[in-house]
Design a protein around this ligand. Structure first.
Ligand code: FEO
Length: 410
């Protein structure tokens, strides 16, 4: 039987770890799983903060019963976010607790009807409303588009605990520990960035607005819907989300190649070597056919520079590279340095499509030369690749200097 874990003397973690789902949202790899966090607040009135993905319902109920037994005493289910990784058990919970009042904002309640056909026994809350549980006073703040339009956070004014839904969350199942001071936070910060970049990053501007609200709160503990609970250093995860959603990058270059028979890979190796010779230590190479998209997106979000090297396939951009470009465009990252190279054998296509991608990438700084190679790179082509690598590295270093200057004057 699963047991609840105390967060405070009256708040409990009743979430579950999913190590069976291979792809989050059917898209993003989960090599070490994902946690669906949910919480129980015991007071004169008893409240649940979020339900759980339906596949993990027994984890949730086991942990819930370990605190309250089989008494039918749940008063409220607060629904901070309707994506089914958190709302998937609402109907099953209602069957166990028919008098349970479902608390959500207007958009949440519309979605509950659309997803689950539930219209009765709901309480609509607005920004700043207070739900009084007795000792605990809960208030609500809307954070639309972090990650869906109805997303909101619940703040326990009594214990100064923020239930932050997807905000400040990350991939990876929880491994024994559930708190930041119990876990290998290097691993979890990498997985949090991968989650941010792929799930929340598209909504960087709304995330910035949410962070403004969160920074106004007196915070002791942040309880997100995924990843570790932050009690040792709750400000740190807010700072990280602030950095990532402000498009502040680290010095480094991601080189992504798409190659069928190794010739485009040769080009990417020459580019990467030239970047390293300029003193850039973080050079990450991805084979677009083999790296899961989520890891490439994470690294592109992290680093200032990106070089794309692609072969042509059926007179078009190599299909996995086209998918990457479409995904990066959707994420709307800002202020990167970009270099491009393409190859072909009998009909051009890849480089021209990469150049269209560059035109659509907002304020990205496109650095030349754009290298185009026929079949296999010649010595002259390799020199061109090295020139591209050098210029990307110099532009990345220039961005680092700008950032350092801005930090000094801030
Ligand atoms: Fe974890 Fe947007 O759901």
């Amino acid at each position: 039987m699963q047991k609840a874990i105390a967060v405070t003397d009256s708040i409990y973690w009743i979430g579950g770890n999913d190590r069976e789902t291979d792809l989050f949202e059917g898209l993003w790899a989960l090599p070490r799983g994902v946690a669906y966090n949910a919480y129980l607040i015991c007071d004169d009135k008893v409240a649940l903060v979020d339900s759980i993905k339906s596949s993990n319902f027994s984890d949730y109920t086991d942990r819930l019963y370990s605190v309250i037994g089989d008494e039918k005493i749940i008063d409220y289910l607060i629904v901070d976010h309707m994506e089914p990784d958190h709302s998937g058990s609402i109907r099953m919970l209602r069957q166990i607790y028919p008098n349970l009042k479902i608390v959500g904002n207007k958009k949440t309640l519309e979605m509950i009807e659309a997803f689950y056909g539930i219209t009765e026994g709901t309480i609509e809350v607005k920004e700043g409303d207070v739900l009084d549980l007795g000792h605990h006073k809960l208030t609500f703040a809307m954070i639309p588009m972090v990650h869906w339009p109805e997303s909101m956070v619940t703040y326990d004014m009594t214990d100064k605990v923020l239930f932050s839904t997807d905000a400040f969350g990350g991939f990876s199942a929880l491994e024994g520990g559930i708190f930041d001071d119990e876990l290998d936070m290097n691993h979890f910060e990498n997985e949090t960035l991968r989650y941010f970049a792929n799930i929340v990053g598209r909504y960087a501007a709304p995330t910035q607005k949410a962070i403004q609200k969160v920074r106004s709160l007196d915070l002791k503990i942040i309880c997100p819907a995924h990843g570790p609970i932050h009690r040792a250093n709750p400000c740190h995860i807010v700072d990280l989300y602030d950095k990532w959603s402000s498009h502040v990058t680290d010095e480094g270059v991601v080189v992504v190649y798409g190659s069928m028979y190794g010739n485009t890979k040769l080009m990417s190796d020459a580019i990467a070597r030239s970047i390293a010779e300029q003193g850039i230590q973080d050079v990450i190479i991805h084979d677009v056919s083999r790296s899961n998209l989520s890891f490439i997106v994470r690294d592109v979000w992290k680093y200032t520079g990106l070089v794309l090297c692609s072969c042509t396939y059926n007179m078009e951009l190599y299909p996995p590279m086209a998918t990457l470009c479409r995904t990066l465009k959707n994420k709307m990252m800002k202020s990167r340095v970009l270099g491009l190279s393409g190859s072909y054998s009998w009909s051009k296509g890849a480089l021209a499509e990469l150049q269209v991608f560059a035109q659509q990438s907002g304020d990205w700084n496109l650095v030349g030369p754009a290298v185009e190679v026929k079949s296999a790179p010649t010595e002259e082509d390799i020199l061109q690749c090295r020139e591209l690598g050098k210029n990307v590295a110099l532009a990345v270093k220039e961005k680092t200097k700008e950032r350092q200057k801005n930090q000094q004057t801030a």
